[in-house]
Design a protein around this ligand. Structure first.
Ligand code: FAD
Length: 446
């Protein structure tokens, strides 16, 4: 155990945000014996979208001590994912267990309010000091030039409204899409391709498959604009059903969310049929669903994790996996840095390049889908590649063995189709301090 040299008022690490990324980082740093204070502006349980997990979350859950809790929970067990074309024809389900017969091939469809609370409580149990209802207003920097300055703590607004400074050796920004530091340091780069919107609601009594198919995530393509519905079975006979499509198409000049949702469902018989005898049990939710990534993962004394570093379109349900993985990798780098007395940008962000390569793999699969790639046809044409593509679908993003699928995938593209621009193609425009108009939905101001 490391010696605690700091006073009770001065934690080694401050974590901003108690979502999956923040609670993962806090748990693992506290597990290593360092003093962690986590500030979460809301009080849990609080609503979050992002219910379908990927099997590769297993390994981080194992380190966090979360597996026994998940096995005891009422969350729906997920064994596969299946894709449907606009005419309702389903691909063969991608069964994770058939690809890798191991406990890690079963994962869960979670209720995020409950899951996030379990994760946050788990961080407390491992020694992290968690404050709910406390907002981080700013990160404190020591140095004249902000971009090169060292983070030395945060300014918080406590539940009673008073402002206070908390000093620490490292600040972990896990503030989700808010991206506290990403905004402050102007690091966010909007994806040039993945700029969608989503509308969703929850149904009770909707159709459910049986046996090992009961908890499957279904991706049901709509005929227009390569939109798609997610169909996620949840506990207590509830199913989350949401539509994703280009932002402009979904929100500009369209009626209220409810009507748009219903109009989209009319175009997708596979979704409509499944909810035809169900009762809607909530209102409609809607969100802008633009992918983005930060130009940097770390600076001296600070590091970004989860959505506060980057967000990818939810088609393959990769968000929580990326939150857990980045939380874990950042925690390891921080613990090593605290042990050796090195909390430089290079040490805190040493995992960044490899992690970004993993995000690139998932992004490429997403962009291929939106430019016409059909996963069912792909596996029919290249049956020997079923395994590496399933590996990607379970979240095996950080190994180059999955890269064997790209060339065959490329061969299925129509000739003359432009190549997929990289995630940072907009960097030049963003450097100039504006979001490129090509990416902006009509009439939408950044
Ligand atoms: P969050 O879960 O957003 O947590 C951030 C926390 O920080 C919040 O609790 C917030 O209150 C707190 N916070 C913010 N600012 C401050 C502040 N200043 N001070 C203190 N606290 C602060 N992912 C999946 O894995 N599966 C899915 O099926 C899936 N579906 C999705 C569908 C849609 C439409 C969208 C938009 C996303 C989906 N995601 C999905 C992505 C997933 O929701 C996120 O990737 C995931 O929640 C990221 O976790 P996080 O911990 O980084 O951020």
């Amino acid at each position: 155990m490391p010696q605690r040299k700091q006073t009770a008022d001065a934690p080694d690490v401050v974590v901003i945000g108690g979502g999956p990324a923040g609670s993962t980082a806090a748990t693992l740093i506290a597990q290593a014996g360092y003093r962690v204070e986590l500030y979460e502006r809301e009080r849990f349980p609080r609503f979050r979208i992002g219910e379908s997990l990927m099997p590769e979350t297993y390994w981080t859950f194992q380190r966090l001590g979360m597996l026994p809790k998940l096995y005891k929970s009422h969350f729906v067990k997920k064994y596969s994912v299946q894709f449907f074309s606009p005419n309702g024809k389903g691909s063969t389900p991608f069964y994770f267990w058939d690809n890798k017969p191991h406990d890690c091939s079963q994962t869960w469809q979670v209720v995020r309010s409950e899951f996030d609370k379990m994760m946050l409580d788990n961080a407390r149990e491992h020694g992290a000091v968690v404050h709910e209802g406390v907002r981080v207003m700013d990160v404190l920097f020591d140095g004249a030039v902000l971009e090169k300055a060292r983070a030395v703590g945060v300014k918080i607004k406590t539940a009673n409204g008073s402002l206070r400074e908390v000093r620490s050796k490292v600040v972990v920004d896990a503030s989700g899409q808010n991206g506290l530091l990403m905004n402050r340091l102007r690091l966010r780069v909007w994806d040039p391709v993945l700029n969608k919107g989503a509308i969703w609601t929850y149904w009770k009594g909707a159709y459910r498959d049986t046996g090992r198919d009961e908890g499957a995530t279904l991706v049901l393509q709509t005929p227009k604009e390569r939109g798609w519905f997610w169909y996620i079975p949840l506990p207590e006979d509830v199913v989350g059903v949401g539509v994703v499509a280009p932002f402009d198409y979904l929100f500009k000049g369209r009626p209220k969310y409810a009507q748009t949702y219903e109009e989209e469902m009319e175009t997708c018989p596979a979704a409509k049929e499944r909810v035809s005898r169900a009762k809607r049990v909530t209102g409609y939710f809607a969100t802008k669903d633009f992918s983005y990534r930060s130009k940097k993962v770390s600076g001296d004394g600070w590091v970004l994790v989860g959505d506060a570093f980057g967000f990818l379109d939810p088609l393959y349900s990769s968000g929580v996996l990326l939150a857990l993985k980045s939380g874990e990798l950042a925690a390891d780098a921080i613990v090593e840095g605290l042990r050796t007395g090195d909390t430089s940008a290079a040490q805190l962000g040493k995992w960044g390049p490899e992690f970004s390569r993993g995000m690139d793999r998932m992004r490429r699969l997403l962009c291929e889908y939106y430019s016409g790639f059909n996963i069912g046809n792909f596996v029919r044409k290249f049956p020997h590649l079923q395994s590496p593509i399933t590996d990607l679908l379970v979240g095996h993003l950080f190994s180059d063995h999955v890269d064997q699928i790209w060339e065959p995938m490329e061969s299925m593209r129509h000739s003359g189709e432009p190549p997929i621009p990289p995630w940072d193609a907009n960097l030049a425009a963003d450097e100039a301090g504006r979001m490129p108009s090509a990416t902006l939905p009509r009439g939408w101001k950044p």
